[in-house]
Design a protein. Structure first.
Ligand code: AHG
Ligand code: MN
Ligand code: MN
Length: 337
């Protein structure tokens, strides 16, 4: 019989043998995984669990909140605030930071999350997910402020996501490669199903919302037009397109078989750098993608090098197979010259 390795065992080994993570971070990641399990159960109930539809409210970014956005946010807060590993949390669905209340001990980590990614897919039974990022509190001061969260992605201690699709899969990095765990519903545990995940450097698959084509900047248009010309164009090969409209699901496909994902700046809202959020989406995904041998930029700079100035900051995103990301980034540099 092949030996099954649980998430708990994987994390204990990371702590004990590789010395990669302190016990406090291990406990924190286990709690996040437990929260994702609870969210997976709610997602699966669908219409039977009264979790579909809108909540009748808006988040700080002016987006209509779905019931599941709020449920997932509450599950993550409730699960994480009493464990002792965290000092505070920040979420796409909360205006400000959530400081761990005084009645609980405060730890040295900060947790940031997109509780429910792919909200437009909830009601149509298409894959959605939870994305999370872990930072270390920069100072020893007991009080924390927004500034403590404004660290570049390169400072992340861990990052991951859980995709709620045909299977629920938790994907994690603690800076030592990328591992995937599949939820075994009968046992109620996360089981290691892929380790040392690697993204091929080349691909013939791109993911972008093509309906925005007329709003793109020239380097993005150039890249996609060349892909569309296929075998007859400068790339000399045919490309396939996928767009799930859940970043988690698109990134999961890219980690599984390669590809490139773009959510670029566009002219619909020229004042915003992009649609996706640096702290809850781009940074954790950028960390995972780099740990799997891929690349992640905003078209010009490495995502993980960007110094955030606001909690809910937006960013343009190009990530996935290394050679394609380098090409898109080069096209931006050429256009800038
Ligand atoms: P969220 O549901 O957390 O707001 O994120 C949705 C994001 C991302 O997951 C996805 O890639 C993108 O928005 C889809 O945007 P379009 O609907 O513009 O294609
Ligand atoms: Mn999202
Ligand atoms: Mn979301």
């Amino acid at each position: 019989m092949t030996r099954r390795i649980s998430l708990t065992q994987y994390l204990v080994e990371q702590q004990r043998q590789h010395g990669r993570i302190p016990a406090e971070l291990r406990l924190l990641l286990e709690v996040v995984a437990r929260a994702c399990k609870r969210i997976a159960i709610s997602v699966n109930k669908g219409a039977l669990g009264d979790v579909l539809g809108t909540a009748g409210s808006e988040n700080v970014q002016g987006e209509v909140q779905k019931k599941l956005d709020i449920i997932a946010n509450e599950v993550l807060i409730e699960a994480n605030e009493w464990g002792g590993a965290l000092a505070g949390m920040a979420s796409e669905e909360m205006d400000g930071i959530h400081v761990v209340p005084n009645r609980y001990p405060r730890g040295e980590y900060l947790l940031l999350f997109d509780p429910l990614d792919g909200s437009s897919n909830i009601d149509v039974n298409v894959s959605i997910g939870t994305i999370f990022s872990v930072l270390k509190k920069p100072s020893d001061r007991p009080e924390i402020t927004v500034d403590d969260f404004l660290q570049p992605g390169s400072a992340q201690a861990a990052a991951g996501y859980c995709v709620y699709g045909p299977q629920s899969t938790l994907v994690l990095t603690v800076g030592d490669g990328v591992a995937m765990f599949t939820l075994d519903r009968e046992q109620g545990s996360w089981v290691l199903t892929a380790d040392n995940v690697q993204i091929p450097a080349d691909t013939q698959e791109f993911a972008i919302n093509m309906s925005n084509m007329r709003h793109w900047a020239p380097p993005v248009t150039r890249y996609i037009e060349e892909c569309l010309q296929g075998r007859d164009g400068p790339r000399g090969k045919d490309y396939n397109m996928r767009w799930i409209a859940s970043m988690v699901a698109d990134v999961h496909r890219i980690l599984s078989r390669g590809g490139v994902f773009l959510y670029p700046w566009d002219r619909r809202e020229p004042g915003k750098p992009g649609k996706l959020r640096l702290m809850y989406e781009a940074n954790p995904m950028g960390f995972l993608i780099e740990q799997a041998g891929g690349a992640a930029t905003n078209g010009r700079q490495r995502i993980l090098d960007l110094q955030p100035t606001q909690l809910h900051e937006r960013v343009s995103v190009v990530l996935g197979s290394r050679h394609e990301v380098e090409r898109v980034t080069r096209y931006h540099a050429e256009a800038d010259r």
